[in-house]
Design a protein around this ligand. Structure first.
Ligand SMILES: [Zn+2]
Length: 324
């Protein structure tokens, strides 16, 4: 009887107070769950469990690193953006790269037999706002956000050049300053390089002045790196309010949203990602599709998507600014 009482006390003690390890693990798992169950990045960021939760955690970064040791690669891939600021970021990115090296790369049958990418001329002066890009059926504008990324963007550019497909990039200012050559290469390869703020914040949460700085500074960096001035802009998470959208129009930027989301920010399995992209394309039959040139799953799926577009006689579209 005595033993039972002691055991009960011990057990209730464990129940009532979870270990720091268990709590830290739970915190990360809840964020992963929130990401996987969100329909859009905007929804994820508006939820109570997002990367900010982890950055503002009461656990130290060193402790979070220790906890991450037990997480699978599929989870680490989704957390990569946040882990880049941790002291264990190198170790994690190595783990992720090893995971990808073990994955088979899809075989692509034919290349470069499709129609050349159509130029859709946009005059930013009138501050147009696009979500489908006013494209016709079977016309697809491929767009990439959040780069340039030192490992993924070069591969994306190679694939696009193999297929002779041109795309529209929305680069983040601080990444342009880190890898200006990659933004320049994108522009030199015939892609359009627009911007996506300086540090990828939720602009509607910022004081208006800071939001303005985010947008103008990124534009300045793109101009310096590429020498070309598209005045093309996309809000992080597609999140805006009237005040900032009106100001962007007044500054003579063309604003781009999207009607098709690849979901490459949450689907890491290449087959599943491909299925989703094709499902979106077949549902909408055309318009603007959102990718991110910072994920390896995007690199892996891209040749298959381009092959699909070619085989099914879709026409790719690049937005280009009018000259005046
Ligand atoms: Zn973004």
């Amino acid at each position: 009887m005595k033993t039972l009482v002691i055991l009960l006390i011990l057990f209730s003690g464990i129940e009532g107070k979870a270990s720091p390890e268990a709590l830290a693990k739970k915190e990360i798992q809840e964020v992963l769950h929130s990401l996987r169950s969100s329909d859009s990045l905007r929804q994820f960021n508006q939820s109570s469990r997002n990367f900010e939760t982890l950055s503002q955690s009461s656990f130290t970064q060193e402790f979070q690193c220790k906890i991450l040791d037990d997480f699978k690669e599929e989870d680490l891939i989704l957390l990569e953006e946040w882990t880049e600021n941790l002291p264990c970021s190198l170790k994690i990115s190595e783990k992720i790269e090893n995971y990808w090296s073990a994955q088979p790369i899809p075989l692509i049958l034919s290349r470069n037999t499709g129609k050349p990418t159509l130029e859709k001329v946009v005059n930013p002066d009138s501050g147009p706002i696009y979500s489908r890009g006013e494209l016709q059926k079977k016309q697809i504008a491929i767009t990439f956000d959040d780069g340039p990324h030192r490992r993924r963007t070069p591969k994306i550019l190679d694939i696009l050049s193999d297929f002779q497909v041109r795309a529209t990039f929305f680069n983040v200012g601080e990444n342009i300053r880190r890898y200006p050559d990659l933004s320049l290469q994108a522009a030199n390869d015939g892609h359009s390089v627009g911007t996506h703020t300086d540090t990828h914040p939720r602009v509607i949460k910022l004081p208006f002045k800071d939001a303005q700085f985010e947008i103008l500074n990124a534009h300045e960096s793109a101009l310096l790196a590429t020498g070309s001035d598209t005045h093309f802009f996309r809000f992080p998470y597609g999140e805006k309010n009237k005040q900032i959208q009106n100001w962007v129009r007044e500054q003579k930027f063309a604003t781009f949203f999207w009607n098709m989301d690849s979901l490459d920010w949450k689907i890491t399995k290449v087959d599943a990602l491909y299925e989703n992209v094709i499902k979106e394309i077949e549902k909408f039959k055309g318009g603007i599709i959102l990718f991110h040139d910072i994920h390896e799953q995007t690199v892996r799926v891209l040749p298959r998507v381009l092959q699909y577009l070619e085989d099914n006689e879709f026409e790719t579209v690049v937005f280009v600014p009018s000259l005046n």
